[in-house]
Write a protein that binds this ligand. Sequence first.
Ligand code: FAD
Length: 424
Amino acid sequence: MKESHDTENRPPRSIVVIGASHAGVQLADRLRGEGYTGGITLISHESHLPYQRPPLSKAWLKGEASIDSVLLRDPEYFAQHEIEVLSSARVKELVRTAGGVEVRFSRASGREPRRFDRLVLATGARARRLPLGGAEHPDVLVLRDLDHARALAGRLTAGPIAVIGGGFVGLEVAATARTLGAEVTVIVAGERLLARAVGPDTAGTLLAAHRAMATEVVLGAVPTEILHDGAAIRAVRLNDGREIPAATVLVGIGAQPRTELAEQLGLECDGGIVVDERCLASDGWTQAIGDCTTHVSAAGSRYRLESVDNAVEQANTAAAVLLGRPAPARAVPWFWSDQGDQKLQITGLIRDHTSMLVRVDPERPKRRVALYFQGDTLIAAECLNSPADFVALRSALGRGHRLGPELLADTDVPLRKLLAPVPG
Ligand code: FAD
């Protein structure tokens, strides 16, 4: 049942956000920035002040980051902006009431139900675990939060590392661990890296880069067991019988949206909380933002994005809707991943393309750009080590630039010239 949306004209007196990470903090920040003076409460079951996740697989593991350098906002920011942050508080139950929502959560101090006018779910995702023999060993790790990063950092020089999965987090950790001198094997079930995220050219280039760093990459292999003697891990056994030596195993097989609270409220979930372009869930009242969501586009197709950019964009949209203002136009999505000396930046959505082409700077072959088209319309690009091209492409995509493959194929002309806005 769709409810009437009473925020069209009257902002709520209090807003509760479950989850205090990229999406939740941005929402609070945007609400205050837009002049909202009501109560804002962020609830997180983590014990730390809100922090950034991207450095966890990069600078943090290299020992180049501290808790202070990864905080999303300075500690005094929240008090200064009258944003209440309830840390170490796990929300167990949400109950819709006539005037809003009752939030039931547990803290060390006990259970403290609280009532709020409006509810936003920013519950993110959890790392997927492997249902394998041996996977319960304490040196089989995942990486989603700061506590995981601390545990992993302590294992990087403790012997060989096996990374299960060829996704962004696993590859970033593999590159960081190699930089620190660890012996690293990446085990990938498919025939290429990043199969769901990038095209074959970018995947192939990254594969070559990881192998050039002396990372062992095993493609087309499925782990069947983690072998240990109770005290220490010895190896990962593969489906072909091979044993990959390992003292530590990082399971990097993706993240699973946290939808339990949404399901409890009876909201539609389909690999994420289903939200429309205003970040409204299926009851037309609850909002959901960030990694916990599945988008429904105006055309009805469903897709999930897991990125800081998406968390920030959806938070900005949710803030506008809560204040009864029109949702801002959606900026072109983007994502980045740093893997050793490889800097990947993606812009646009690589879906249903009809053609693609790869531009390589002959004088600087490490710079590659893969362009994706629907007919003569550029829809997305992957840029390796080409930040200037990325900036030009993102801006061109934002303007809805129609530039066919033939024109962009001319590598003698720099992309930023080809993509320069047409005057007038
Ligand atoms: P999350 O960051 O997952 O936060 C959700 C919060 O809600 C968590 O703190 C969780 O504990 C809390 N929560 C959930 N349920 C409850 C409950 N019941 N009670 C209380 N609290 C609850 N993205 C990029 O764009 N570029 C990168 O380079 C990049 N690198 C990454 C590296 C790593 C190691 C990881 C893990 C992610 C990376 N990402 C990157 C992805 C990016 O961090 C996520 O897209 C982003 O964190 C999503 O933010 P979020 O607020 O939606 O959810």
